[in-house]
Design a protein around this ligand. Sequence first.
Ligand code: ADP
Ligand code: MG
Length: 238
Amino acid sequence: MTPTPREPVIVTSDLRHSYGQGELRSQILHGLDFEVQAGEITLLVGPSGSGKSTLLTLVGALRSVEEGSLKVLGQELYGSSEQQRMAVRRRIGFIFQSHNLVASLTVLQNVQLLLQLSEAHGGQREQRARDLLEAVGLGHRLHHYPDELSGGQRQRVAIARALAPEPDLILADEPTASLDSQSGQDVVELLGSLCRRRQSAVLLVTHDLRLLKDADRIWRIEDGRVRPWQPDLATAEH
Ligand code: ADP
Ligand code: MG
């Protein structure tokens, strides 16, 4: 299932999605064609309600593909079995706006949490969690609890936790929404450098246009369709 270097980590063809039945049925995605490459940070921008989160849950194999093709990490998700979707989910790191840290565990324990399922033994797991927390600039906060940290620091713990199992793909839904501008840019820079080093892919949903300069590629979703977006166009609009 490991993709060859040239195969995109995500590739869709005429992907559609609707919510509701009968008269209440409303189509959100009207046939998307887009790609995400390994070793790149890809931004997905678009107005509120345009279907960004819907798309992310489809890519994350958290929702069934109804129409069209969606291939993630070499697995076609249209018509896939629950077992196949689970195998894809295991290779994905999820980062959401509400970082969902466990309040009763220290920073170090939170980052080790997802490693419990891996084959690494206790000492290796702890070393890996320490290394990641160093990398996100929290080496001095290992034994603190989440509520002793700032919002930006908590989000960086969530990033370290998502990266701990070495995912091939990171899906982040508005991960910088609760952060000030500088912390938001730090978070995106960090994700970019970590994904380039490991040749993982990051798909990051945001409406924070200040993050555009840190992206390798930008897609914009509007009216149920997605198009490549140029940063110079972006700055011209704002
Ligand atoms: P975004 O993340 O870009 O703000 P969403 O994907 O959350 O957009 O939502 C796209 C549209 O789909 C919105 O109109 C939203 O109200 C609708 N929607 C989202 N989730 C559901 C759901 N579970 N059931 C019905 N409608 C939904
Ligand atoms: Mg959303």
